[in-house]
Design a protein around this ligand. Structure first.
Ligand code: BGC
Length: 447
């Protein structure tokens, strides 16, 4: 039996996001978001589920903080709902929204939990969407106004900031695959959106530095590891394309000030290109203090003519899957972290999301989620390997504190360490919660 140990100052935490847990969608002056709208379109979200109530966390601040406290995490990654702060996206500020997050952040700090705040986790104010949303360059200005307000308000309280969560999902799932809000399907539009998100990120980082806010700032892209089935050039190239789509498309501009050529060329063949204006790449490549990495899955892939946008197919049957269908490939976590270090240097990295869906309900008050514990152990082992290889890892957050609204899957997919009964809103600590609590106390676990 091996013991996996973590440095004493390594931060352990859990993550959530506003729309997925808060509910209270029409209270205290909150405006509508694109997810309120999108989830109401028949057929878009499984079972027509929406975030109107979600986990009701807006009203259960004390209960949720008590869960965090008992869990023993020293970091909580959460997001602020833009439509609670600016119900119309910009302009008039909703004081009640600010008050809510002040109260929440104060309580976290009182309980010894460091807030790690995501500024944008997908709930764009609907009124901005009505003007084109992220397709419209003006949305960048609104994002800077919103970020600026948060920086000033929470300066000294929130010391770790992430501008945008998973720009890949926002741009490509939202505007190309069409599986997330607002559900469009156009390659050119998705490239415009991705570029605007990167600009919004860069502008917010610049503002943060100009204001001299104490603390650290970065963003949280999702990365997926794909490796070629063979060393045939076709397989290698197909894999490079798909990997670049998930990773380099967002990391290269931020760290290198350019888009990956392999995809620029590929997209050109499809009649799409990035519309770069003078000075854009300098803004996007503002130095960041921290990099958030969201990692869930990886696979082995090969060339297949005409398959999808990238002429690439993923092999089926090589790996077990979680209930949501993500392949479990823990070694890929190590590989991707080392790859990021090699490509982008030694920026401090937080794992801002990692976790698994297993959909059990409590039996006699207990949720025996051994498979989740196994997943976490496997992935934390890779974290420890990456630390030993010199990857500058500072912390790790499990997705998620509790079961919540899983976007287009509605409430059907459970990622939590805590089970939520969506009828009674009762929280039940799963076995994985107790396992993670022990890890937080010890900073080691037995494999
Ligand atoms: C997102 C979360 C989501 C999780 C699990 C990430 O894509 O940031 O909001 O719930 O993965 O799918």
């Amino acid at each position: 039996m091996a013991t996996i140990t973590f440095p004493k100052d390594f931060r352990f935490g859990v993550s959530t996001a506003s729309y997925q847990i808060e509910g209270a969608y029409d209270e205290d002056g909150r405006g509508m978001s694109i997810w309120d709208t999108y989830s109401r379109i028949p057929g878009r979200v499984l079972n027509g589920d929406n975030g109107d109530t979600a986990c009701d966390s807006y009203h259960r601040m004390d209960e949720d903080i008590a869960l965090l406290k008992e869990l023993g995490v020293n970091t909580y990654r959460f997001s602020i709902a833009w439509p609670r702060i600016f119900p119309n996206g910009r302009g008039e500020v909703n004081q009640k929204g600010l008050d809510h997050y002040h109260q929440f952040v104060d309580k976290l700090i009182e309980n010894g939990i460091e807030p790690l705040c995501t500024i944008y986790h997908w709930d764009l104010p609907q009124s901005l969407q009505d003007e084109g949303g992220w397709k419209n360059r003006q949305t960048i200005e609104a994002f800077v106004e919103y970020s600026d307000l948060l920086f000033r308000e929470f300066s000294g309280k929130i010391k770790s900031w992430l501008t945008i969560n998973e720009p890949w999902c926002v741009s490509f799932l939202g505007y190309f695959v069409g599986e997330q809000a607002p559900g469009e399907k156009d390659l050119q539009t998705s490239l415009d959106v991705a570029h605007h998100l990167l600009l919004a990120h860069g502008r917010a980082v610049k503002r943060f530095k100009e204001l001299g806010i104490p603390g650290e700032i970065g963003f949280a892209p999702n990365v997926t590891w794909y490796e070629p089935f063979s060393n045939q050039p076709e397989d290698v190239e197909a894999c490079k394309r798909i990997s670049a789509w998930f990773m380099e498309w967002f990391l290269d501009p931020v760290f290198k000030g350019s888009y990956p050529q392999i995809l620029v060329d590929w997209f050109a063949k499809k009649g799409a290109k990035v519309n770069i204006q003078e000075g854009d790449m300098e803004i996007i490549s503002q130095p960041i203090d921290i990099l958030g990495i969201n990692f869930y899955t990886g696979n082995v892939s090969r060339y297949k003519e005409g398959n999808g946008t990238f002429d690439c197919e993923h092999l089926d049957g090589l790996f077990d899957k979680t209930d949501i269908g993500f392949t479990i490939y823990a070694d890929a976590f190590y590989k991707v972290l080392v790859d990021i270090k090699n490509k982008y240097g030694d920026v401090p990295v937080y794992i801002t999301e990692n976790g698994a869906t297993y959909n059990q309900d409590p039996v006699d008050g207990r949720v025996i989620d051994d498979k989740r514990i196994k997943y976490l152990k496997q992935h934390l082992t890779q974290i420890s390997r990456a630390l030993a290889s010199g990857v500058n890892l500072k912390g790790y957050c499990v997705w998620s504190l509790m079961d919540n609204y899983e976007w287009s899957y509605g409430y059907s997919m459970r990622f939590g360490l805590v089970h939520v009964d969506y009828h009674t809103l009762k929280r039940t600590k799963k076995d994985s919660y107790f396992w993670y609590k022990k890890l937080n106390q010890n900073h080691w676990f037995e494999l």
